[in-house]
Design a protein around this ligand. Sequence first.
Ligand code: SAH
Length: 464
Amino acid sequence: MLINITVTGKDAKALSYILRKNPANLLSENFSGGKVVVFFPEYSENRATASLLTLIDTVGMVRSEWQKVAASYVDYRPYAASSLSSVALKDVYSSAFSGKSDLPEIATVIQRELPVEVELSSVWIRGGIKNIYDFFEPLGYKIEYKELPFESAWLKNESSTAYNITLFGNKTISNLLKHIYVMLPVIDNRKHYFVEEKEIEKLLRHGEGWLEKHPAKERIVSRYLLRYRNLVEEALEQLIDDQPDEIQDEGAEESDKEEPIRLQEERLQSTIAILKTLNPPPLRIGDLGCGSGALIKLLVLERSFEDIIGMDVSSRALQIAEKKLRITKRQVWQKPKVSLLHGSLVYMDARLKELDTILLLEVIEHLEPAKIPILEHNVFEYLSPRYIFVSTPNFEYNQLFPSFQERKYRHADHRFEWTRKEFKQWAERLGEKYSYAIDYYNIGTPDEKLGAPTQMAVFRKKSI
Ligand code: SAH
């Protein structure tokens, strides 16, 4: 794998000082995964590029203590050596990670944000190119990419694809290196070494100053730690500890606005009441975007349900739900069976295929409008359950909240809110397209002109 770091503009040549590499020499060193080579294919007044090439020794890996991980001589790692390249990067550029220098001539430029370009060649992305945008855009990078043709007899079942990625931004070299160091294994989502406790310390150290604010921090942490649940939880706790608790049920947020009714309570109660009227009765219910599990807590009291799945993109919310529901204390034979899944509505998720009822309560407005068609496809077409509940704020009602002037939407994380007409048009279109009949419900006491605070549509699949 090749990592090219380029600095453009008047400070271009500082790159070699910051990285402490002589641009006239080719450096070749051994590191734990094989060989790493550093050279400068370009070194001019306005543009300097340092190339880092990792040459992975799969044969050596198989024969050595790595053998459990690199099981075969034939391996994709030499070409897309994400986590190994990350180690090589740390090894050869270690002094530049600190962002400090004793050399007076670079002491200031090393702290300056420079126009940079980073080319990562043949990156193996688990879960598609969208991840690159989710990971790097919030850090202020512009992204270009090229998909690489890939065919393999050995990796037929791999969901990943290889890409060339180029990132553009204004960054200090230190921050740039830390971003790449953390993200390479996160993108690949598979590491060559065993994940252990000290990985948390590395992640937090290199993530300091940016990871705690990153909107995809939960996904980054869980991928970095390869979803080892206890480690992920510990790392997130350390990251989140100093921050105000972000996970609140929406009801709490709304009561801040002096909403007279307990809107959340009403939403939960109405949902359960409607579920109980449905015929044939719902048996396997998915609360997608379940948050900290307030609804599931009530659903488990209903013995008529068989399975309840709570899913959320926030593992922090799931941690709270797990505690609240005492999932680990439930007996296997207890009905309904309850499970919590970490996942996202923007992915097709086969684990949800068996559900006959899907609840999306105060969730759609948390997705970017551009993602709504993906959610529509995943829920209405791919999962296609018998019943779908969707609730969302009625935008028109907001003007009755005292804080409406300062805040347009009810919750800081809402990406949009719909009027009754917009919601109805959306629902009707889906009903038509996927053959569902729809009933509409008001949640909360309606205002004569502006309608109810929350609107809910219950979709029922038309019999074929
Ligand atoms: N359903 C709960 C919580 C609503 S808050 C209730 O009615 O009170 C919205 C929830 O949606 C949050 O927990 C948030 O983490 C989750 N969420 C946001 N985007 C998501 C996505 N793409 N996939 C799954 N859950 C998502």
